[in-house]
Design a binder for this molecule. Structure first.
Ligand SMILES: Nc1ncnc2c1ncn2[C@@H]1O[C@H](COP(=O)(O)OP(=O)(O)OP(=O)(O)O)[C@@H](O)[C@H]1O
Length: 348
């Protein structure tokens, strides 16, 4: 498994998406929202991005999709897709990548579908425009796709409108559209968050199956480490626009090294998502653009010491694929403190 940031010669050949040292500003350059983000996703790998609201997950995935809103700009770093530098690609070239090489699904599927058109006409439209299929072949392919994403009676669903389907079914339709052109990369931004626990588990299984069957690379965004744990191979933890920890999921769940990851673990839903009531980490993350010397989590961190506020903190390599941005990362006192607060999730 690759590390989340790249040293010379470490980049594996099958990397589908590679983001290196990404800096993104908002409000037309007035504030920096992403600072030095690096991560990679290989074919057949599911990488989770986790962090509280506002931590920078969506901006990272929108940058990777080339769909940053006005006033939001990539000012440094590179985004490489299938070996090609796509940073600053013109909109028309991005459009060609969307749907054909990169598929995306989001939290609220209903808002991405036309409420007045049948599911079938919306899926076939994509197939006709993006793949140039005839009406007849697009119809057959649409049924095949709706079946592939686990919709029973696909021929019936084909003729239904969005209001006739449940949230889980609509998300399956969005996944069918996202994979309709056999993309190499699927980006899922809080795609299961609004769903009920059983349906959430089903969608997670579907994404796993698609990865297994198609060798898809998946970038999966969630605020919940428990969901990430069910699905992902590796996880990248975001805080205030920076990567604070990254590594294999099992290792991060068992031995989270950054105090923020430890705090996220304590508020994660547990037991196959059975505990879903809202739990939050005490305190607030800093405002975007806030000038903070040193660790941006120090103000909320029970283990903060003066050294945390002394200056920029680099990621420390903790193993071949594990790194964390904390001055106390090798401090036995911190490890002991985190063990004492060992989260329920890690004990399962
Ligand atoms: N269009 C925008 N204009 C100004 N600031 C923005 C814009 N989009 C995002 N931001 C800011 O950038 C920061 C990162 O936001 P981002 O949406 O990436 O976070 P997130 O981790 O995905 O959170 P959420 O889960 O709520 O989407 C936040 O402080 C947010 O307010």
């Amino acid at each position: 498994m690759p590390p989340s940031s790249f040293l010379p010669g470490e980049r594996p050949p099958a990397e589908v998406l590679a983001i290196a040292d990404l800096h993104v500003t908002v409000h037309s350059g007035a504030a920096t929202a992403l600072r030095g983000v690096s991560l990679g996703v290989q074919a057949g790998e599911i990488v989770g991005l986790v962090g509280e609201s506002g931590s920078g997950k969506t901006l990272t995935c929108r940058a990777a999709l080339g769909v940053l809103p006005p006033g939001v700009d990539v000012v440094q770093g590179t985004i490489t897709f299938a070996g090609e530098d796509v940073t600053g690609l013109p909109p028309r070239r991005w459009e060609r990548l969307h749907g054909s090489h990169i598929g995306a699904v989001f939290q609220d599927p209903a808002s991405y579908l036309n409420p007045n058109l049948t599911i079938g006409s919306q899926v076939t439209e994509v197939l006709r425009v993006k793949r140039g299929l005839s009406r007849k072949r697009a119809h057959a392919k649409a049924i095949e796709l709706l079946t592939a994403v686990g919709l029973h009676q696909a021929a019936r669903v084909f003729h239904q409108i969005p209001a006739e389907l449940s949230g889980g079914m609509l998300q399956r339709v969005m996944i069918a559209i996202a994979i309709s052109c056999d993309p190499e990369l699927l980006i899922a931004d809080e795609a299961t968050t609004a769903l009920d626990v059983t349906i959430q588990a089903e969608i997670i299984e579907l994404i796993k199956d698609l990865r297994d069957q198609r060798g898809l690379a998946v970038l999966f965004l969630s605020h919940d480490l428990a969901v990430i744990r069910e699905l992902c191979d590796r996880v990248v933890v975001f805080y205030a626009g920076e990567v604070v920890e990254a590594g294999p999921v099992a290792e991060i769940i068992e031995r989270p090294r950054h105090p923020y990851t430890q705090a996220l673990l304590r508020v994660a839903s547990v037991g196959d998502f059975q505990r879903r009531e809202l739990q939050v980490i005490p305190g607030q993350p800093p405002q975007v653009g806030a000038q903070i010397a040193g660790c941006k989590f120090a103000g909320r961190c029970p283990s903060a010491i003066d050294a945390c506020r002394a200056g920029d903190i680099a990621l420390t390599r903790l193993g071949p694929a594990h790194e964390a941005r904390c001055v106390r990362v090798n401090d036995p006192g911190l490890t002991a403190a985190s063990a004492a607060a060992e989260p329920e999730l890690a004990r399962r």
